[in-house]
Design a protein around this ligand. Structure first.
Ligand SMILES: [Zn+2]
Length: 322
C-alpha cells in the first residue's frame, strides 16, 4: 500500500535533511540565482546516513531528471552543466507540483471529497505534502524549493507590472503560495529548513505554527483519502497518458517533458496511492495559454506546453550574468 503518510513518518523526515544532490550540494547552490533560491538552498542540511540508506539516488524523479537534463543539454550544447541542472530542476519541480495540484482537483471531483475552504489552497497543500513526503528521492527535494522560487518570481513580476493576483481570484496570491511551500518544508522538518524560512523573512512564531499546520493538513488529507487507498494487490482503473506534438516555440521543453516521462511518474504516484472509480486520461498539449487543468466531465488532466515554457522562461530570467 502506497500512502504518503508512512513515508512522511519514516523516510521523508530523514531525507529532508539530505543535500539536494547526493554528493554535491554546492553545485546547485552556486548556480542558482535569485536571492530566494540561494537563501533556501543554503539551508539544505548535511548528508544523512539514514536517508542515504533509504534512497539509492536513482528514484523515479532522479531518473526523470537525468533524461530531461540530457534533452536540455542536447538542445543547448553551450549551456554550462550547472545551468542545465538548475534549469531542469526548476522546470521539472514546477511541472511535478502543477501535476499533483491538478490531480488533487481530479481526486476531489472523482471521489467527491468534501473540502472546507478554498479548493485551490487544499490541492496546493496536497501537492506540497506529497512532494515533501517523497523527498527520499533527493531530486524532489531540490524540485520543491524551485516551486517556491517560481511563485516568488511570478509574485515579483506581477508587482513590477502592477498586476498582482486579484483579491477575488480563486487562487491565493503567488507570494502567499510561495510561503505555503516554505511553510510545508519548515513544518515538516524545522531543523533542516529553519534557516531557509528565516532568510525568506518568515517570523519564528509563524514557523512554529507551520509545524502544527503541516500536521493538520497531512492528517486531513490522510483522513479524506483513507477510504480510497489502493489495497495490496488491488488493480486500478486505466490511466492513459499522451503527448501531443508541441508547437515550435515549446519544442525544447516539450522534448524534455516527453523524454523525462515525468507525467507518467506523477500519474503512477496517484494510481499507486488511490483507487480511482473511473478510467481517466492525462495529456500534454498546446493550449494557447499558460495553464494546466482538470476537466471533470472528460475526466482528463491537461498540462499545457505553454505553462512548462513559462517555467523555462522564469528559470532563465534568473540566470546570473557570467
Ligand atoms: Zn487549481
Amino acid at each position: 500500500m502506497k500512502r504518503f503518510v508512512p513515508a512522511v513518518a519514516a523516510a521523508a523526515l530523514l531525507a529532508l535533511s539530505a543535500p539536494a544532490f547526493a554528493a554535491d550540494d554546492t553545485a546547485v547552490t552556486d548556480a542558482e540565482a535569485g536571492a530566494m533560491v540561494d537563501e533556501i538552498d543554503a539551508a539544505a542540511g548535511s548528508p544523512d546516513e539514514a536517508a542515504a540508506a533509504e534512497d539509492d539516488g536513482n528514484g523515479p524523479y532522479r531518473q526523470a531528471y537525468d533524461k530531461a537534463s540530457k534533452a536540455l543539454a542536447e538542445a543547448y550544447p553551450d549551456l554550462p552543466p550547472d545551468e542545465v541542472e538548475r534549469i531542469t530542476l526548476y522546470i521539472l519541480g514546477n511541472t511535478v507540483n502543477t501535476l499533483f495540484h491538478e490531480y488533487g482537483h481530479g481526486l476531489v471531483s472523482e471521489l467527491e471529497l468534501p473540502i472546507v475552504g478554498k479548493e485551490e489552497d487544499a490541492v496546493d497543500n496536497l501537492a506540497n505534502i506529497i512532494m515533501v513526503a517523497k523527498t527520499s528521492d533527493p531530486a524532489l527535494d531540490s524540485m520543491l524549493r524551485a516551486v517556491a522560487d517560481d511563485y516568488f518570481a511570478n509574485g515579483a513580476f506581477s508587482e513590477e507590472n502592477g498586476d498582482s493576483t486579484a483579491a477575488w481570484d480563486e487562487h491565493s496570491p503567488d507570494k502567499a503560495r510561495a510561503y505555503d511551500v516554505i511553510c510545508t518544508l519548515v513544518g515538516a522538518d524545522p531543523d533542516s529548513y529553519k534557516e531557509a524560512a528565516d532568510n525568506a523573512g518568515m517570523p519564528p512564531e509563524r514557523q512554529e505554527a507551520c509545524a502544527g499546520e503541516y500536521e493538520s493538513r497531512l492528517n486531513a488529507w490522510d483522513k479524506l483519502l483513507t477510504p480510497y487507498y489502493l489495497k495490496e494487490g488491488e488493480s486500478n482503473k486505466k490511466v492513459t497518458v499522451t503527448y501531443a506534438k508541441p508547437g515550435p516555440d515549446e519544442a525544447v521543453v516539450g522534448d524534455m517533458i516527453k523524454r523525462s516521462g515525468i507525467m507518467q511518474v506523477v500519474t503512477d504516484e496517484i494510481t499507486q496511492m488511490v483507487k480511482l472509480p473511473h478510467d481517466i486520461s492525462a495529456s500534454v498539449e498546446t493550449c494557447g495559454e499558460e495553464n494546466a487543468y482538470w476537466s471533470p466531465d472528460e475526466r482528463k488532466l491537461t498540462l499545457c506546453y505553454e505553462i512548462v515554457q513559462s517555467y523555462y522562461n522564469n528559470a532563465t530570467m534568473q540566470t546570473p550574468e557570467p
